[in-house]
Write a new protein. Sequence first.
Length: 199
Amino acid sequence: MIELVAFDMAGTTIDDHGLVYVALADSVTETGATVADDDLQQWMGTDKVTAIIALLRLGGVHPDDALVVHTFARFKLLLAEAYERHAPVALPGVEEAFRELASRGVFIALTTGFSDEVAGPLLDSLGWSVGAGPAHLLDAVVTTSDVVLGRPAPYLIHHAMEKTGVTDVSAVLAVGDTAVDLLAAHNAGVAGIGVLSGG
């Protein structure tokens, strides 16, 4: 019996029109680094600071602390501007699936490689809130602000379990659109489902 489904956000439950990919690539290339498509794919779904450090290195630029801070700030700004121009929307059937699962007593959590300051406004724009009862779609949201390491570490999923009171990993399903999402599910000891809607 599944007690908790932990869904990834961008690309899995939310159609952000691929703008995360664009903002990440653009913020890194602004530093003079090159970004190969394969490298970008490999680091999607991970904590964005971690991704920036890796992409800078792979692109031939030394990721000193000041540059990483600047690049992350640029990523957040570019993404916010892109979202203003082209607002993210729920992928078809997602909200209905959340409600169906909730009607069966299954907890719904979102896990993401975004920090609170990126995830919060995104969820607000969709009208998705956390709480008990039918007025809320979500039981928990876990961002990289909540954990020591993002994906592929298992901590986002495990923290979703903590927030919802689920203790048995065999009662948890994790859903995502990247290889890193599925690796995190494996590392967390839960079942993983990959969807084709995003990365």
